[in-house]
Design a protein. Sequence first.
Length: 204
Amino acid sequence: MDALKQTWGRIHDWLAANCPIVLGSFGPPATDEQFGEAERAMGVELPEEVKAVYRIHDGQRHIPTPVSYCPDLKCIPAFLWGEDWLGLKDMTRRWKGVKELLDGGTFDGTKGEPRGPVRSDWWHPGWLPLTEDHSGYMRCLDLAPKSRGHAGQVIFWCHDSPERGVLAPNLPAWLEQFAMALEQGEFTSVPDKYGPGLIRVRDL
């Protein structure tokens, strides 16, 4: 996993120079006990490549994030592709919330419109939330792909749109893509206008 450590090193370096408040929000490494709790709760087995990512940081935490309009603000500053990166506990919490909707029949009769090797379910229990934005959109780890897909691929999911699609073949590759996007100037931070985390330059 030397490549993964290098990717994290690039991300750490960029954040330290450009948005240290995000760097300060990262959680400690996930433990074997935490992996076991998450796997049992969601009825899955996490791929080793995913565990390797979370053994470096277990998502993000709420931290003091003072901005001019709210000096006492505490939140999770936007990070991964401009969204909140969920630790294992929050991943499980978010998964349980959508699973309850599925089991309650909320999604009965609705189908997604996937692009690529993604199931056409509106939501599938094999989709584990990785990030979420403030609109309810999520990026998910797909452990139940169609035959041409890869278990562990990263997909996007919209709660109010049938669109779904593959973003990366696996989580380490998605992180590497993000490190490159940071280095190419695709993200910035404008805390007093857009909050304390990262935002895409094209969205300014």
